[in-house]
Ligand binder design. Structure first.
Ligand code: SF4
Length: 379
């Protein structure tokens, strides 16, 4: 058995380190690329969502490298992700790629454990599994923290490109680093390097919250690398939907029936009071949280035809109006043109800069008026 798995941001770091520790042979598909998208588009039904198409491209590229078994996370609820694994199997079978799909998510913990057991080679590896999985969760958390740290330093760095050099180097080095313990060391080194990046002391970057469908938020290829590009334009981004959050909240706490962090659901209540599938409730709730935390704007990104995000998109103008925060929505599919997309982003950023200057001018004017009134009273 030679397993593979789809790309989703830095998830490969976490998954490969588990497979290294328990001695499972694996293939990592090439990082997401144009060919993966073309292959996925060729073999998938036209109207399925973009993440599924890129996943299919990953599997075919991994198949070409010798993979025969796919490990993927599963899901349930009112969106298409719940039947992704079945669709993957059917599409690959029809296209003549003989691959088995193992879905790692059960509705209860025993189901999840029995699926994990089916890929672990022997009893001694099974014994190692709990400590390996604990370190893997730590890796997922630390990888996300590194990404968020890079979002902050990129927008403030004195030397343009310093953060990218460290961050891209980390992703490459992770491919050649085996096992959870070594990956944790690599994360320590990367964090120290990012913290040593020289920052412009006068930098006061615009702050933009990224919301939307999880795949297009996390997987940079699927959104033309928007979060890094914004950083290079001197904009600090933040994203609350992360891989570690998904693992902890959905894959661990949910089957164990542990209390989950539902701050987004509370924040979304005035506009969306129910879970409607995908990350729609997170999109609306996190947009409201960003507005209340003083962010300059919010960008929603989602794949064309994503049902939950279409509902969220229809609610965001109300959040925009009620909480006075500009929102830009970007919808992506395999036909989206990069140049037009970047023009919209740059225009949005120009608008946010102008808005911030106006707000500051009005604030300064208000303070001057207040001081004048105060001086008159005490004259
Ligand atoms: S959230 Fe949207 S893009 Fe993701 S699987 Fe569901 S419908 Fe497709």
């Amino acid at each position: 058995m030679k397993v593979t798995f789809p790309h989703l941001g830095n998830t490969y770091i976490c998954v490969k380190s588990i497979l290294d520790d328990i001695g499972i042979d694996y293939v990592i598909p090439p990082f997401n690329n144009k060919r993966a998208l073309e292959l996925g588009t060729r073999y998938s039904p036209e109207m399925v969502c973009l993440p599924l198409k890129i996943n299919i491209g990953n599997y075919i590229q991994a198949y070409e490298m010798g993979a025969d078994t796919i490990l993927m996370a599963g899901g349930c609820g009112p969106c298409r992700f719940g039947y992704y694994s079945q669709l993957h199997m059917e599409i690959l079978k029809d296209a003549g790629f003989n691959m088995e799909v193992i879905t790692l998510e059960g509705t209860d913990i025993m189901d999840l454990l029995s699926r994990i057991r089916s890929v672990v080679p022997g009893a001694s590896e099974l014994m190692k599994l709990p400590s390996v999985l604990l370190r893997a969760v730590e890796i997922a958390k630390r990888s996300d923290e590194i990404e968020m740290l890079a979002f902050r330093t990129r927008a403030r760095e004195s030397e343009r490109g310093a953060t990218d050099r460290i961050y891209n180097g980390f992703r490459e080095k992770a491919l050649r680093t085996a096992g959870t313990k070594n990956i944790l060391k690599l994360l320590d080194e990367t964090e120290a390097m990012l913290k040593s990046v020289h920052l412009d002391p006068d930098a006061d970057p615009l702050k933009v919250g990224i919301v939307g469908e999880i795949y297009t938020g996390i997987e940079h290829f699927a959104s033309f690398d928007i979060q890094h590009r914004l950083g290079r334009l001197g904009v600090e981004v933040d994203r609350k939907v992360t891989v570690s959050n998904w693992i902890i909240e959905h894959m661990l706490k949910k089957p164990l029936h542990l209390p989950r962090d539902m701050a987004f659901a509370e924040a979304a209540k005035p506009w969306l009071g129910a879970m409607i599938g995908g990350h729609a409730q997170e999109t609306v709730g996190n947009a409201a949280i960003y507005a209340k935390s003083g962010y300059d704007g919010v960008i929603q990104i989602f794949p064309f035809s994503c049902m939950p995000e279409i509902v969220a998109e229809s609610l965001l103008p109300s959040v925009e109006r009620d909480l006075d925060i500009p929102v830009l929505t970007l919808i992506i599919d395999e036909m989206t043109g990069e140049a037009g997309y970047m023009t919209r982003i740059e225009a949005f950023i120009d608008m946010l800069e102008g808005r911030r200057e106006n707000l500051e001018r009005r604030k300064a004017h208000g303070m001057r008026k207040g001081k004048k009134a105060h001086d008159n009273i005490h004259a």
